[in-house]
Ligand binder design. Sequence first.
Ligand code: HEM
Length: 204
Amino acid sequence: MAEREYLISLWIRVWHWINAILILVLTVTGISLHFADPNLPLVEFALSVRLHNIAGVTLIFAYLFFVIANIVSGNWWQFVPKPPGIMQRAMAQGRWYVIGIFKGEPHPHTPSKTTHFNTLQSLTYWSVMYLVMPVVIVTGLIYLYPEFAPDQLFGYDGLLPVALLHYLSAAVILLFMLSHIYLGTTGKTVGSMFKMMITGWHEH
Ligand code: HEM
């Protein structure tokens, strides 16, 4: 097998890094807004509001681009977790992350043009991109245009479930990003997968 293979198209790499920057801006400003305290400003409140709104609206366009480009290019299929043997592959991958990697065992999955992701990656990437991102985006939009929220829901203010879902889905994305960055170091070398997301070339 060749030492390296071109796997990641330019549009995915461009989307990925724009998305990563937007999520970082949204995280820092989101934390500043949620834990707003004049004595402990991470980013000043009014500036946080502006930056959070701008990054949020830009994220909607980036996300629409991601979905449409995935459909047009057929790349969406990469994200779909595929049976049969999905449980065994997920267990083998999980075992490698927890035990095998520390014993120097070979990686159970070799990325290829037809199968970029290992089973745990496709499960998490699919869930984050197609389940959690839509929730954070739709609830963010309702927050931006609160007139679309119901006045009351189950006897509570109609914005309460919106706020709760926005906070929870954002927290899931933040936790995903932290584990994603750690797992990004588990390539051939600590930096090879980060390099791949810049150049497109995967080192086997
Ligand atoms: C500073 C933040 C981030 C860094 C350093 C980073 C790093 C990486 C690395 C090294 C990879 C390649 C490893 C792999 O294929 O699994 C990757 C792929 C990927 N990342 Fe990130 N990431 C960041 C933020 C995010 C965020 C916030 C999301 C989504 C909410 C995300 C979604 C993805 C997806 C979907 C892929 C697969 C792309 C493909 O091969 O088609 N990343 N990222």
